[in-house]
Design a protein around this ligand. Structure first.
Ligand code: MRU
Length: 373
């Protein structure tokens, strides 16, 4: 499994060895150090997600699933019944979901894993069989994510290349990090950029710094340089000027939770980029797997936005470095914002592009029903 992931994504995000050992690449140390944290159980997984050692909506879902897989794989002895195994796994999953609230991929993964557990319990009389079913399901999630991202990349690239500019290469602005480091590999919005580049049609990728945690300057810039993709880093506050100079053909971002009408929660600053793009007549796309869609929410107003520590804003290096803000100032540090559907030109998924059909909102439920037939 380790070799498979390393081969697919150039650098290994999850070094997972069939339930025996599991380490995650420390996002907080990049780009200066490539080091791993050992994750032995759900408690380690919870902390890695909460402290943003692993971050990005798809990555945190997989990180959580694998942390529990490795815990049950390495259980010395489990004396309980199959019912005890079910309640053990379900409680751990609920605990893992509590690590970060906004990305729906985590709760979606937990819900699907609970279904696997319940189905296994219907036929198994021993706890071990339920644990085994859980481990296999978690491993499938890890494997499926890369394939899903490649499908997003391929749909996104063919759509952009045909619809936007037939004759010219594209310059694309992206925000935060949505690449191999935010998924099991390849990425969503950054996956589309990778695919456009692979087609020979990318002029340049612009990545925002993404204050206050700097996922853009630390992680997206790292991935773009690693893959030799022509790239320019800009301060978040330079994006409007860049658009006004005519240097951006499209904006593509990821998503943490997409409501049924297409309103999209993503890294703080996404909403400002969408407003700027609208003002400059630049198409603004969201690239996300269908696991990022929350059909239970009719609009983005219902999305819970995570607020993070003041220190991430007042100190450098995500709160670990030196103080840069005046002591005593009050701080508001939301990790995400919601971009309303009317500012979004299309949503690129692994099943194709969701469009609005001359309306202000998307009908994602209809799309999901159509593609699941
Ligand atoms: O706080 P983070 O770094 O987890 O936020 C990440 C983002 O907002 C990403 O754009 C989103 O999760 C999509 S990752 C494919």
């Amino acid at each position: 499994m380790w070799e498979w992931i390393a081969q697919e994504t150039q650098y290994c995000i999850f070094a997972y060895n069939l339930g025996r050992t599991y380490s995650a690449l420390k996002n907080r140390k990049l780009p200066l150090e490539t080091t791993y944290v050992d994750i032995r159980n759900a408690t380690d997984g919870w902390s890695a997600i909460r402290d943003m050692v692993v971050r990005g909506a798809p990555a945190i879902a997989i990180a959580a699933a694998l942390s529990l897989a490795v815990e049950v794989s390495n259980l010395e002895a489990f004396e309980g019944t199959s019912d005890d195994a079910v309640s053990f796994l379900n409680k751990k999953l609920e605990y893992l979901v509590s690590s970060r609230p906004t990305a729906v991929n985590l709760s979606d993964a937990a819900m699907k894993l609970k279904e696997v557990i319940s189905n296994a319990a219907a036929t198994a009389s021993e706890a071990q069989s339920i644990f085994q079913a859980y481990i296999e399901a978690a491993e499938i999630m890890l494997r499926d994510d890369v394939a899903c991202n490649k499908a997003i990349g391929s749909y996104g690239a063919s759509f952009l290349c045909h619809q936007l500019k037939n004759s010219k290469s594209l310059s694309i602005l992206t925000h935060c990090n949505t690449g191999s480091l935010a998924t099991a590999g390849y990425g969503t919005a950054l996956g589309v950029i990778r695919a456009v580049h692979a087609e020979g049609l990318l002029e340049r990728a612009y990545c925002t710094e993404t204050r206050p945690f700097n996922q853009g300057s630390r992680l997206t810039a790292f991935e773009l340089v690693h893959d030799n993709i022509p790239a320019t880093l800009v301060a978040d506050s330079a994006a409007a000027a860049l658009m006004r100079e005519g240097r951006v053909d499209a904006v593509i971002v990821g998503a943490d939770r997409v409501a049924a009408n297409g309103d999209t929660a993503n890294k703080i600053g996404t909403y400002s980029l969408a407003l700027c793009a609208m003002n400059h007549n630049i198409p603004f796309y969201v690239a996300a797997p269908l696991t990022s869609v929350d059909l239970s929410l009719s609009s983005g107003q219902e999305i819970v936005i995570e607020e993070r520590s003041q220190k991430e804003l007042t100190h450098t290096r995500g709160g670990l470095g030196e103080q840069v803000a005046a002591s005593g100032v009050s701080v508001w540090n939301p990790a995400f914002d919601v971009t309303p559907a009317n500012l979004i030109s299309g949503i690129i998924t692994e099943k194709g592009l969701v469009t609005k059909m001359n309306s202000d909102a998307f009908k994602i439920k209809d799309f999901v029903e159509k593609v699941s037939k």
